[in-house]
Ligand binder design. Structure first.
Ligand code: FA5
Ligand code: MG
Length: 446
């Protein structure tokens, strides 16, 4: 294993394709003068749409891209009805059906699924290295308050991650957690000093092989009392930062043995200093985790005034992609036996054998954007219609004419991982996408 330390603020241009779009990490804190994202959607804004299933009543798709959805799910003993989460008529709600359909599936609690196998392997590492001191939570409800998800981890009021463009809101005060850090404060208040929280998290995001609107994170927090760093010769934050990197480098060795990695300095509202770990995968650097030394204010607000702590948030899909050689993040949701049968409990070293490779089909769509247009909204429309058949949405052309009108052209890659798509089917999907883009995003098609 090679761990290259990067000392500059950020080693890579932000356009590196496989680095995640930075929801929490930024080069620097957002400026106080940046515009406040809308908390509640005004009816005049072209905005998210709770459900996209009815995109084209006049031209019903011949085949359903999205499977039927259960009306009630249960997480950690809490029953969640579809109506609790998806409310089309409520302008403060932007959760579509296809997102509700993922709640309660809990891939991380399946011992034969790559995400569950990875979770268990990480548990093994922590149990062995820390004599089972880490308390584990993997069944906390993903519906949390804005306070838990943002306020308690010091996310500023004007931070981009709070916008309806980035986060799924159930209503103005309640969200689908967009990171497992949402549970940090309550667990600190409950007196835990070593804990791991694994869960499904939800984000409005781009469409490509390493981004999916539902994915899994594992949060780790360790609190130190003064006697642990006093006498070490280091100050408390340096001591915690050193211990954190040692812990995560050990974890990487435990999981991967030899793989090329590097640390990158970054910014999170809840840690300082903050770092990301990137792994070289499929000929690119891929960000797999964020971490850092917990902001003192979080500790003092939650009864740990004299302590220091570290915290990390791992992207489990990203790590599992490297570990099992899984080329596309959509595969984790596959129920196809040719995928599921390749993995079994405790088997970490297995390399995924692609069972098929069907050709992608590319369709371009061009339109004049409006001020309220965002790429995440476009991706929501595309996913709402094509579901997991949408492999990638990529901006391929962008220009502003003399009148100041800006045109975007996106290339959509449609591909099934399980079968060949017919021309008719793809044309129908693209037709539905065009119609929905025009109606829901209020842009002018070219
Ligand atoms: C966070 O979510 C922070 N809460 C992590 C953290 C915890 C930092 C504690 C400090 C202390 P970030 O937005 O970078 O950070 O996401 C963490 C990881 O989730 C990323 O490194 C990446 O591996 C994964 N990830 C992010 N977005 C996606 C996505 N759309 N699909 C799949 N994985 C993703
Ligand atoms: Mg990040």
């Amino acid at each position: 294993m090679l761990i290259r330390r990067i000392t500059c603020a950020r080693a890579l241009p932000l356009s590196i394709p496989m680095a995640t779009s930075p929801l929490f990490s930024h080069l620097k804190p957002p400026s106080p003068s940046s515009p406040l994202p809308p908390r509640v959607l005004s009816s005049s804004r072209s905005f998210p749409f709770s459900s996209l299933a009815s995109a084209s009543p006049s031209k019903p798709s011949s085949k359903r891209a999205n499977p039927p959805i259960a009306a009630l799910v249960e997480v950690g003993g809490v029953k969640i009805a579809k109506d609790d989460v998806v409310r089309e008529s409520d302008p403060t709600n932007n959760v579509p059906d296809n997102i509700f359909s993922k709640i309660g599936l809990q891939l991380h609690r399946r011992d034969n699924h790559p995400i569950g196998i990875l979770k268990n392997a990480i548990y093994d590492y922590f149990d062995t290295s820390y004599s089972s001191k880490f308390v584990k939570f993997d069944d906390l409800c993903p519906i949390v308050s804005v306070q838990q998800n943002f306020d308690e981890v010091l996310v500023p009021a004007d931070h981009v991650s709070r916008s309806y463009n980035d986060t799924y809101y159930v209503n103005a005060d309640t969200v689908l957690r967009c990171h497992t850090s949402a549970h940090q404060a309550e667990l600190l208040r409950d007196g835990h000093s070593y804990f791991l929280v694994t869960g499904d998290v939800y984000r409005r995001d781009s469409i490509d092989s390493t981004h999916y609107p539902v994915f899994h994170q594992m949060e780790g927090v360790r609190v130190f009392s003064p006697d642990e760093w006093e006498g070490s010769g280091a100050d408390a934050p340096s001591y915690a930062a050193m211990d954190l990197k040692k812990c995560l480098e050990g974890l990487a060795r435990h999981l991967f043995g030899a793989v090329e990695m590097r640390w990158v300095d970054t910014y999170f509202p809840f840690t300082n200093p903050s770092f990301e770990l990137e792994i070289y995968f499929q000929e690119r650097w891929m960000e797999v985790l964020g971490c850092g030394v917990t902001e003192q204010e979080i500790l003092s607000r939650n009864g740990r005034k004299d302590c220091v702590a570290w915290a990390f948030g791992l992207g489990l899909e990203r790590l599992a992609m490297v570990l099992f050689d899984i080329p596309d993040i959509r595969l984790f949701w596959s129920t196809n036996q040719r995928f599921t049968s390749q993995f079994s409990e405790g088997k970490l070293g297995v390399k995924f054998k692609p069972f098929s490779k069907f050709p992608p089909c590319y369709k371009d769509i061009s339109f004049w954007i409006t001020d309220s247009f965002t790429e995440n909204n476009l991706c929501e429309v595309v996913r709402g219609i094509a579901g997991d058949l949408a492999e990638e949405v990529k901006l391929i052309d962008n220009f502003t004419n003399k009148k100041g009108m800006t045109s975007h052209c996106y290339r959509i890659a449609f591909r099934s991982m399980e079968r060949s798509l017919t021309d008719d089917e793809i044309n129908q999907l693209q037709w539905n996408v065009r119609e929905a883009v025009q109606n829901k995003l209020h842009v002018t098609l070219r």
